[in-house]
Design a protein. Sequence first.
Lengths: 191, 282
Amino acid sequence: MKASPSERLPNTESVWALLEAVTDPEIPVVNLREMGILRNVEETATGFDITLTPTYSGCPAMDQMVDDVQSALHAAGLTAQVKIQLAPAWTTDWMSPTALVKLREYGIAPPHPRPVTSNNSTTSNAPPGGSPSLQKVTFSWRRNLTASDPIACPQCGSLDTTEISHFGSTACKALYRCLGCLEPFDYFKPY
Amino acid sequence: MKELEALSDFTLHLADSALILGQRNAEWCGHGPILEEDLAMANNSLDLIGQARLLYQQVAEVRGNHCSEDQLAYFRDESAFKNFTLLELPHSTALAPSAKGQRDYAVTVARNFLYSAYMVGIWSSLASSPSLAAFAGAVHEVPLQNAKALQWANLSANLKAVAAKSYKETEYHLRHSSDWVIRMGDGSAESHQRIQQAFHHLMPYTQEFWTQQHPAALQLDMPSIKAQWDVTVSDVLSEATLVVPSAQGFLPTGTRGVHSEHMGFLLSEMQGLARAHPGAVW
């Protein structure tokens, strides 16, 4: 953690540094900034405004993150207000390169970049027949046989992996199995 | 301001649909056919209930007067709910199913597929809607004393934001349910027959997707959303070796607050605790 430039006058930089210690409740090896959840720190007349953006709409860890940010700042004697910002929507593309490495070391295959062809908030609804969101529909077992973008096993690095279930321990992860080392693993899905 | 009311009512309909399907799918929690699917349905419900919460918060903001997401979910009666009838039906093709004994995962999968294929179109249209963006962008030009106009701009901005998030989640719901439609349809004789029967049972209820009135200000291009939905349904069902059943028949009326006989039981289970202990918190 970086030292505060001034013990008496905390500034936004020291708050950023302080929040480096606040980790994701579900994945304790990455912090909220690395996850792209911590968006902004702003100094106000009464203290600090911290802006967080929610991940999945129903993520039960969200309330915990708000509490954790607040108690970290209170413990340092600072007054903070946590603001939740919905737009632009959080995306796994905001995860820092460090976060991706830490996830892999923790045993979770990090998310691949979101496909650029995918429909998103800036492109219009595609014309009939285009089916942008759902490329070729194929049962996942068959799809994985010809996958052009295989998911590497975080344990042994093998690309010979297969999906067991779209939803793993949480909504943001899918459950995979490595056919090389035969170990199961979680894959953080692109969002 | 009539337009504000129309947009708020539409937001309420989206919230009700998400909540009611979330509640239905949560019935599988602890009872899933296999562990992975038990987890998948619990996560699917979490997404849906999360979407419902975000949407109810917008409606509560517009209504004011101590309205809250909990009040909207737990203290409204059946006729105030505007969800599609499709989403409140039990997980069964029987006309009079018993409470617990006859849940069929094929019905769950078929319904999730029909609904998420539809919502992918709705969410992406809302997320990229030029009119919503224009209304939201006008927020800085609205005089502060014009409370209604300000609410309109805020609701537009937040609906667009929720749509962008929900779209990403619904993509996964569609992928998951499409996979299971194919797995069951192109599976054993028993699974094929069950998923086909589920589609025969549910398809007429999808008529409500297209008969519903939308706020004119949104300028939703329903014919193109329907064309896309038709393509998705026929692609997946044909890969699953299933026939696309006719959607003809009795017109469901859930979006107008006139529900099936199953809705009351669902609501009493969902609302019982909150009504027995008003103000209870975790």
